[in-house]
Design a binder for this molecule. Structure first.
Ligand code: MSP
Length: 638
């Protein structure tokens, strides 16, 4: 079986991810899913880049250790990738033991071979980008990547002898024209970086500790590119015993990266691999950026760029579709909530959604929901069948060159053509004439079969939608090759369901988003306005889990419920809670709640309450008890 190894960059664990970060991951996921469907043995790697000064600072601000800080951030990454349906095979953290072990070895090996040497760094450093720049690389005296101030920095440091590799790199580019994609990026590397002369690269720091120690020189930590780039091989088991996949998967087929780190992947990384005597990746694809009108993604300027919010409002697949369809993969593109809503309405609700609902509704109406067999052909069938075949071939071509947007455009041309087929064949007219029943059957079959093919081809991009359409059609043939095989849909019943993409009222939605952003700002101000407490204050509150053994209303008190709790002690505990407007007593029995166990008793409407249970204001007039089901009664909450 042929293998396919694809990677995303490892994401900096120094903050939250926005929709721009989801871009590379969704693209890599689509490529990985596509290759799996084509029968490849796929390794799809992603991960987190966890060391550095920024993490150290943020952890200090948060009052936690750097490790605690990154653990928390990384669990957020994983949760986001799950939400976005990212089918990674492996997730590497640069704090993983096996990676640390390999990096130490690699650093030492490069030192022993003379490719790393000790020197003094005096340069211009951009702290947010964690990159040193030379005078000539600055744009208007500022960091060429982010446009922020750079500052002079000097320290004793180890250097990687990058300057020695210019000739070999150029020769490699020449003999491997497919190595850097899109081609314009290659010219940029050659003209802007290699030709003016490569400078050696600083690969260690002494100004902070949060990094992999240089074993043979205490005080120095490896930073950052030897630590970061090597993840692509350590994750396969290079230099460690954790995995044994190096021989199988290296060299990588594609490193998918944003354009600002192409330099590191096509100059530094190959040079490092040459120094280690290892083969080079086959392709580095530098995609463009998702921008906001006039600004960087991190400054959201009134647009909602939090992928969690976007997914919860429009569904994961709508977001995946937008990212891949809106912008040709190599270019920059602008993200806006309007553009997203337009795409959802035009392409998903109208084109695809209507095709599905019209087709299934007609199948229901004219054939009782049983997909009929193809009988007498209509004059329009041949063209549709031919286009189905051509579409599959075109999608494949575009996927080979990672042209996601073009692949989807071709697929949507087929969706439109199928919609047009309905207008051409006028099934409602055929239905009035019993002698044309055969043609009507053919039309319905063609619609359903086209939808099956569309769904299969769509699956790498929008996995749940592909699946949902195939299920509605009760289609068995779901594999990639079946999309090139007209007539694989067997005459089973269709399973109608809710529209996949309801139309969005744009004006209303934009208003709602604005309100949401406003609420977030208000919440932020509210929280910031509250006086801080020390951990000693917090630990004065004793929180325990407790099972609701019984529950009843409190007489003459509309809002109160009396709960009898098993808090893990022998004696039942009585707590009175003002949650009657939101819960019936039977809704609570047998659930586990969290109780403030050391609250002084108070008498409420004649009942003595020993503590209170935790609940949250989930919105206006919506109070939710915090359940802790599954935990043993009496567990300490901290
Ligand atoms: N940690 C380094 C990569 C090391 S790889 C050995 C890094 N991390 S990052 O979190 O800053 O960026 C990760 C990826 O997200 C990069 O490919 C970057 O281009 C991409 N993006 C971050 N913001 C983006 C947009 N607004 N638009 C598109 N991609 C974006 O760099």
């Amino acid at each position: 079986m042929e293998k396919f190894y694809i990677t995303t960059p490892i994401y900096y664990a120094s903050g939250k991810l926005h929709i721009g970060h989801s871009y590379s991951t969704v693209a890599a996921d689509t490529a990985a899913r596509y290759k799996r469907m084509r029968g490849y043995d796929v390794m799809f790697l992603t991960g987190s880049d966890e060391h550095g000064q920024k993490v150290e600072e943020k952890a200090r601000e948060a009052g936690v250790t750097p490790q605690q800080y990154v653990d928390d951030v990384v669990s957020g990454f994983k949760e986001l990738w799950q939400l976005l349906n990212i089918s990674y095979d492996r997730f590497i953290r640069t704090t993983d033991d096996y990676h640390v072990e390999s990096v130490k070895k690699i650093f030492k090996q490069l030192y022993d071979s003379g490719d790393i040497y000790k020197g003094r760094y005096e340069g211009l450093y951009c702290t947010p980008c964690e990159a040193f720049w030379s005078e000539t690389q600055l744009v208007d005296g500022k960091c060429p990547d982010c446009g922020r101030e750079v500052k002079k920095a000097t320290e004793e440091a180890y250097f990687f002898r990058l300057s020695a590799y210019a000739g070999r790199l150029l020769a490699y580019y020449d003999s491997h024209p497919e190595f850097i994609q899109p081609v314009a990026r290659k010219n940029e590397m050659v003209n802007n970086f290699i030709k003016p002369g490569l400078e050696d690269l600083c690969v260690s720091r002494t100004s902070f500790q949060w990094g992999i120690p240089v074993d043979f020189d205490p005080g120095h930590v490896v930073y950052v590119w030897v630590d970061a780039l090597t993840n692509y091989i350590t994750a396969l088991g290079y230099g460690n015993d954790r995995y044994g996949d190096y021989d199988k998967f290296w060299p990588a087929d594609i490193h998918m990266v944003g354009k600002e780190i192409v330099r590191f992947h096509t100059i530094v990384w190959p040079a490092m691999l040459m120094a280690l005597g290892l083969p080079l990746p086959k392709k580095v694809f530098g995609h463009g950026w998702l921008l906001l009108e006039g600004g960087k993604m991190s400054k959201s300027k009134g647009n909602v760029v939090d992928p969690h919010i976007l997914c919860s409002r429009y569904g994961v697949d709508a977001i995946r579709y937008f990212l891949l369809r809106e912008i040709p993969f190599g270019s920059d593109g602008v993200f806006s909530n309007e553009a997203l809503i337009h795409r959802i309405n035009a392409d998903l609700a109208n084109d695809l959604g209507n095709l599905l609902s019209r087709s299934t509704a007609m199948c229901d109406k004219y054939f009782g929901g049983e997909i009929p067999e193809q009988r007498a052909a209509t004059a329009f069938d041949g063209e549709l069948e031919t286009l189905a075949k051509e579409t599959k071939a075109a999608v494949e071509d575009h996927m080979e060159s990672l042209e996601f947007s073009s692949a989807l455009a071709k697929l949507w041309a087929f969706v439109s053509r199928t919609n047009k087929y309905i207008d051409e064949t006028t099934p409602w007219a055929l239905a009035k004439d019993e002698s044309r029943r055969g043609e009507l059957a053919s039309v319905i079959y063609h619609l359903c079969e086209s939808l099956r093919i569309i769904a299969v081809l769509l699956t790498p991009f929008m996995p749940s939608t592909g699946e949902a359409i195939l299920s509605q059609l009760s289609a068995d043939a779901r594999d990639w090759d079946s999309a090139g095989d007209w007539g694989r849909l067997s005459g089973k019943g269709i399973q109608k369901s809710e529209p996949l993409f309801p139309r969005i009222d744009e004006a209303e939605e934009l208003k709602a988003l604005e309100a949401l952003m406003g609420q977030r700002e208000e919440k932020k101000a509210e929280i910031e306005g509250i006086a801080q407490i020390g951990i000693d204050d917090f630990t004065k509150v004793e929180l325990r889990t407790a099972r609701v053994a019984a529950c009843e209303p409190v007489k003459k008190a509309k809002k109160l419920l009396k709960l009898t709790l098993d808090d893990g002690t022998a004696a039942p505990r009585t707590v009175v809670s003002g949650i009657a407007p939101w819960y019936r007593p039977e809704d609570l029995v047998d659930h586990t709640v969290i109780v403030v166990a050391n609250l002084k008793p108070a008498v409420l409407c004649g009942v003595e309450s020993n503590g209170m249970i935790l609940a949250a204001d989930n919105g206006e007039n919506d109070v939710r008890v915090i359940f802790a089901d599954g935990l043993n009664p009496g567990s300490k909450v901290r």
